[in-house]
Write a protein that binds this ligand. Structure first.
Ligand SMILES: *[C@@H]1O[C@H](CO)[C@@H](O)[C@H](O)[C@H]1NC(C)=O
Ligand SMILES: [Zn+2]
Length: 493
């Protein structure tokens, strides 16, 4: 009996030691993750502010250094200069590329991410210093925490985890990290084209983790909308602004013309009135409808989040479909219009409307440009105004759509199942992430979006955050994903 008791005591002691050890290593792991993110968030890598360009260069160097210290083959690729509105030029932040492993018998994944951020100031209404990562109830608040610094770090931690465990990476891993995403990825497309047969030649799959889940359920993203952005200018009216008391009633006002034509773009029910646009949209299939039906999404939460009592559609499927796979027109502003506080009795001489149309399969921006231009000129001509209309399309970004049956998505579903023990929602993104389509068109590789951001992370907004849970479980998910991708090879080759 004494021997049995001694054995039991020894077993208990061993169990306690094992538990204490695993607890301490996981705590150490978490501290390392947290410190890494804090250091990155502390750098004001705001790509839209030219005064912050040194910080942005520093950020790229820091990311490169981290990957170098891990033993990666790292390059800082010069992508040239940016021309500023005043004619000056400014060096673009270099693009960081890194490579871990080059075994031709393994799959190769390439992870895209960005480490530049949107502007942020305390004055904007932040509760904490946006560049001082602050943990409140398990949420890590800071500019760029979710978009896109923690997801980039989570991928880096995934590689570090294999290294720390002295396990060989099951796939070759490449990184491409840019610093101009928030202002339109200047210079990146040229770099991708130039690297197509070099850096991208052995890449099987490109992974983007630059968006969020739709709810608390993990999600894989298989599509994004594109965007065509237009300027409609009413010009050659009066040669200067006029006093409405003195001249009102005698001239045909450019603003009246402009409002008149803007009102013909879309009806109050959201129906786009420009001929040909709706006809181009891929029809909603039964499978798609069923998939939307199963997605976790709460209309009431959504209403609360944006602070409205009524939405354009009352059913989940209709709402998701219009958020992701139907086009929409949004009118953004009118340049030249009076917009200050108070009153001003002005007749603006020249006004420019800014509006955009979100693009979905199978719309083509070149066709949309013609449809919109022809239609607005037709509508304008019916007004018989002596003023002139000029329509220009300043952005023409295509939508992106992936095949959710592709092995790269099957691997994603399996990794989510393994870590979160649920099947992911397959979702689209209503916003435009042009880089996905660029990667697809230039490299011809399969692209997958694997977000780990929460649905309420507040990207581009005040109090952006990343939860500890998403950061840490997201890292585990990426580790599992690398493993799952390595299995694609065994079954399909
Ligand atoms: C960040 O915030 C913490 C907690 O409020 C504070 O102690 C620390 O001094 C701050 N760091 C910087 C660099 O402002
Ligand atoms: Zn982003």
């Amino acid at each position: 009996i004494i021997i049995i008791i001694i054995i039991i005591i020894i077993i208990i002691i061993i169990i306690i030691i094992i538990m204490a050890y695993s607890y301490s290593t996981s705590v150490i792991g978490i501290v390392i993750f947290y410190d890494a993110l804090r250091e990155w968030v502390a750098i004001e890598s705001d790509s839209s502010n030219v005064l912050k360009r040194p910080d942005l260069h520093h950020m790229m160097e820091k990311a490169a250094q981290k990957l170098r210290l891990m033993g990666g083959m790292v390059e800082l690729v010069d992508i040239g200069q940016q021309e500023l509105p005043d004619g000056q030029t400014l060096a673009l932040p270099k693009v960081v590329t890194a490579q871990f492993g080059s075994d031709p018998n393994k799959r190769t994944v390439c992870i895209y991410g960005h480490v530049d951020v949107q502007p942020a100031k305390m004055d904007d209404g932040w509760a904490t210093d946006p560049y001082n990562l602050t943990d409140i109830n398990g949420n890590l608040y800071g500019r760029g925490a979710s978009d896109n610094k923690a997801p980039v770090l989570a991928w880096i931690h995934a590689v570090e985890a294999y290294q720390a465990l002295h396990m060989e990476l099951p796939v070759n891993v490449k990184f491409i990290i840019e610093g101009m995403e928030e202002t339109g990825s200047n210079g990146l497309e040229d770099m991708i084209v130039a690297q197509r047969d070099i850096f991208f030649s052995d890449v099987d799959y490109i992974i983007i983790s630059d968006c969020g889940w739709l709810s608390r359920r993990p999600a894989l993203t298989y599509g994004t909308r594109g965007n065509c952005y237009f300027f409609a200018e009413v010009i050659e009216g009066p040669k200067q602004d006029l006093h409405s008391g003195v001249y009102g009633g005698t001239v045909i006002e450019p603003m009246t013309d402009l409002i008149g034509i803007l009102d013909t773009l879309i009806d109050p029910n959201g129906k786009i009135l420009i001929p040909g646009i709706r006809e181009a949209v891929a029809p909603l299939s039964d499978e798609e409808w069923k998939m939307y039906q199963d997605i976790q999404f709460d209309l009431e939460n959504y209403k609360n989040k944006i602070g409205v009592d009524q939405l354009m559609y009352n059913s989940k499927v209709d709402l998701l479909a219009h958020m992701w796979r139907y086009p929409t027109v949004s009118i953004h502003g009118i340049q030249g219009a009076f917009s200050d506080h108070g009153t001003k009795t002005v007749i603006p001489a020249k006004v420019v409307a800014k509006f955009s149309i979100r693009q979905v399969p199978n719309m083509d921006p070149a066709v949309v440009k013609k449809q919109v231009t022809d239609y607005l000129h037709l509508v304008f001509s019916k007004r018989k105004s002596p003023n002139k209309l000029k329509v220009t399309m300043v952005i023409g970004a295509k939508p992106w759509l992936a095949d959710t049956q592709d092995p790269v998505f099957e691997a994603g579903k399996a990794a989510i199942k393994r870590v979160f023990n649920v099947d992911p929602d397959l979702i689209r993104e209503g916003a435009t992430i042009p880089i996905a389509r660029t990667f697809q068109d230039v490299t011809g590789k399969s692209i997958i979006m694997m977000p780990i951001g929460g649905f309420d992370d507040g990207l581009h907004s005040q109090n952006e955050k990343m939860s500890r849970y998403n950061y840490i479980e997201g890292t585990k998910y990426f580790i599992a994903y690398l493993h799952e991708v390595s299995l694609i090879k065994k079954t399909s080759v």
